[in-house]
Design a protein. Structure first.
Length: 490
């Protein structure tokens, strides 16, 4: 080990935030490097005769801060390897929002010693009069994600040094907070003559020229419960309350078995919203589906089997595991390659099961009959039990239709009709048409055209017994002709 790097913090502002220990280190040092000269204390250091070299010129070389910090760390390590002790001074506290220090600590071959310093957080807490024990987040304005924000805590966003960063911060915050939520732009907290606090609505955050290298944004906790409705944790609490002894009698009495039909119904209602192109209804229906997931997870949590977080964990694990071309080193450039990889991974996951597990063992027999037939046929086809040509499937449909025509008893007609429907599902696979969606569209088409007939009956103020089949057929055909001008109603 050839040298050592001593990292010190210059404090949050002027000389009043500099510790005596740090001052002593700077005055004794042979080589002092500053990450940046853009700090209120630097002129005071020069007055005391402390010589230094800054890395400000490195900022001009690179477009990305990460690259800047990497080069600064590399230079410091090289200087240290020449021998002796290198003192590296950073704004605030070395362990608060200092990426270069993390690079140094991760390096090998050179000893790194970190001294403390007063952080900008100390001054910020005092100026804003907040106690972080109530719940506090410190986030980087250059790497802000809505998923990391907790609106129930105090949030401080650092490195908001210009309007461009402020604009990005505003848009991210507006994904979580109301547009009118108050925010405070805090600059140079604790520095006499420079400190400035400006509170304004969130939507005005980037409207002014308030930003410097010493600017952060403070976001107070949300107090309006409705503002928390976008939070997943709020949904978890709502469902738990509904199932609690003080909750809803209907929700409390539900079981996995009693809820089964609702999940199917809500899925169909979502599909109808998709068909109608109604995006608002799609959002509502997806919420209804999520409600079913949450209720099942809450019931399981009460039984001690699993909870919603295990559901999420299993899903994340599966998605990462089955997408090695995204999260790993595998290659898959087409949808077909992705599907092949997926099946290989699923097959590997099943290793260790019975020596010859049932091909149909993965099919949920509780599915509606049309979907059940479709899934069974897909599974059987994967092991080669399938028709080779589409003409053969058409022949099978005709054969089953003939057999249905020859059926004599009710039992025979039921059996032959089932065979015909099963054959039609086979045909749908070869046509690459989802039979469930196709039938749903036909049902919706029937409903539209029959409602047209109903409207004509109402408009003529007639009763059903007075309407002839010929009239209804004519109106049906009118409805068909009108739909030709609307491709969504095909």
């Amino acid at each position: 080990m050839n040298g050592k790097i001593v990292v010190v913090g210059l404090g949050f502002g002027d000389e009043n935030g500099l510790t005596l220990g740090t001052l002593a280190v700077l005055e004794r040092a042979d080589r002092v490097f500053l990450r940046t000269e853009r700090h209120p204390i630097v002129s005071w250091l020069r007055e005391r005769g402390i010589q230094y070299v800054s890395f400000d010129e490195v900022y001009e070389k690179h477009a990305r801060f990460e690259t800047v910090y990497e080069e600064i760390a590399e230079r410091l390590l090289a200087y240290a390897e020449e021998g002796g002790t290198v003192v590296y001074a950073v704004p605030g506290h070395p362990m608060v929002a200092e990426r270069t220090v993390q690079f140094l600590l991760d390096a090998e071959g050179v000893a790194v010693e970190v001294h403390g310093g007063t952080s900008f957080l100390d001054a910020m807490f005092a100026s804003l009069k907040l106690d972080p024990i109530e719940g506090f987040q410190l986030l980087d304005g250059n790497d802000l994600s809505a998923s990391r924000l907790d609106p129930r805590t105090h949030v401080l966003i650092g490195q908001v040094y210009d309007r461009l960063v402020a604009s990005d911060v505003k848009l991210t915050l507006m994904d979580v907070y109301p547009d009118e939520h108050p925010v405070t732009i805090a600059t140079a907290c604790g520095v006499p003559g420079l400190e400035k606090l400006t509170t304004l609505p969130l939507y005005e955050l980037d409207h002014g020229e308030w930003f410097t290298d010493l600017t952060s944004v403070y976001v107070p906790p949300v107090t309006d419960e409705r503002a928390l409705y976008r939070q997943f944790s709020t949904l978890v609490d709502v469902i738990a309350t509904l199932r609690s002894p003080e909750g809803c009698p209907w929700d409390r009495k539900q079981t996995h078995e009693s809820l089964r039909r609702y999940l199917i119904e809500e899925a169909y209602e979502f599909l109808e919203a998709v068909h109608d192109g109604d995006e608002e209804a799609m959002a509502d229906e997806l919420g209804d589906i999520l409600l079913q997931v949450m209720l099942h997870a809450q019931i399981a949590s009460e039984e001690g089997t699993f909870d919603i977080f295990e559901v999420i964990s299993r899903l994340n694990d599966k998605m990462v595991r089955r997408h090695p071309h995204v999260f790993g080193e595998a290659q898959a450039d087409t949808a077909e390659e992705v599907k092949a990889n997926w099946e290989q991974i699923k097959a590997k996951e099943r290793e260790g099961e019975a020596e010859l597990p049932s091909v149909l063992g993965q099919v949920n027999e509780a599915l509606p009959a049309l979907l059940l037939a479709y899934q069974q046929q897909k599974k059987a086809a994967k092991v080669g039990f399938d028709w080779e040509q589409m003409d053969e499937v058409f022949d099978k449909v005709r054969e089953e239709l003939d057999e249905l025509g020859r059926a004599e008893t009710a039992a025979e007609r039921e059996e032959e009709l089932g065979d015909l429907l099963f054959a039609l599902v086979n045909l749908s696979r070869f046509l690459k048409v989802d039979p469930e969606l196709a039938l749903i569209k036909s049902c919706q088409k029937f409903a539209r055209r029959f409602r047209y007939i109903e409207e004509r009956v109402r408009s003529q103020k007639r009763a059903w017994p007075d309407v002839t089949l010929a009239e209804m057929d004519a109106w049906w055909n009118e409805a068909k002709r009108e739909e030709k001008g609307n491709p969504r109603n095909e």
